[in-house]
Design a protein around this ligand. Sequence first.
Ligand code: LMR
Length: 394
Amino acid sequence: MFEALQPRPADGILKLMQMYREDPRDGKIDLGVGVYKDANGLTPVMRAIKAAEHKLWETQDTKVYTGLAGDPAFADAMIDLVLGDAVPRDTIAAVATPGGTGAVRQSFELIKTARPEARVFVSDPTWPNHISILGFLGIEVARYRYFDEDTRGVDFEGMISDLKTAKPGDVVLLHGCCHNPTGANLNITQWQEVVSVLLETGAVPMIDIAYQGFGDGLQEDAAATRLVASSVPECLIAASCSKNFGIYRERTGLLMAISQNAAARKLHQDTLNFLNRQNYSFPPDHGARLVTMILTDDTLRADWQAELEEVRLSMLNLRQQLADELQQLSGSDRFGFLAQHRGMFSLLGTSADKVDAMREKNGIYMVADSRMNIAGLNAQTIPVLARAIVDAGI
Ligand code: LMR
């Protein structure tokens, strides 16, 4: 029976991880998968996570199932983190999911269950797995213009004009902050215009927020999500704890569905619980419990926020250093966008051939679309990367 299986193309980001591991060269530079690394190239367990794990080990006396939606305390803590008091709590249904990807997947499943013919508008480009999961579920994908190849900023006119073609019952997938892969983001005035278009067209926004705290700050990075969620009648939000809590392998995320009233909320909640049951029954709890402990304990929370801020500032610093180095080497300001971008990634905006050449010649690993993980850099590797970029004629 299984002879019918077809080989599947490897995910570009995961394939790159493998190639990097297999490269024997000293001095290779990993700017691939979106994982934070400190100046020593390590991805440490955050201090507050360690402390919460210690406390959990001492106090947890059962590992019995939570509920299909996970522990309600986790949903409350995350809703507070992402939405603050922007939206009344009794309009939000929520389920814990295995990571942000789990929240994205369950969100798409909810869309498909509610309206199989819905189209999902995605930014061009977007995180490749958005498109892969949509294709796998048989959901129609529509693209809206996003990245301006000349400025390496947002093609806002193109974006708005494409979003205006959405119809009621379509979904518009937006990155809440720190756009992946480009690093180019909207300002709040532009977000307001996006909200106007959503209201005009009747399309439902779905926000993927996986990097809260990596851009301009914990509250600042949630501002767009709060604005959208509080302005439209219905909204889906997929939030990840992988990056800002550094708990990648614990698979911790939350899907929120905002509706107009308590009756609609109940229907959403029942459907989300059902979808969890069909896919994996109870969601994982370990990471969610650690996050809940941190967010509800003043001392742990303060320490987590302080460490997250260190991480954010270190990435900003690396951005500035790289932009400065490139300015010096190239004698031009054309790389200034690197300091303007926010989050973990920047799209360099060059061809796959040049990306391949830099990998082969210089041992520099970036995703084929020229996405660089800025956190993969340090003071020693910045000059090497800058020199390779200029030598490649980018
Ligand atoms: C990334 O974009 O590199 C991360 O979100 C990791 C992943 O699963 O692709």
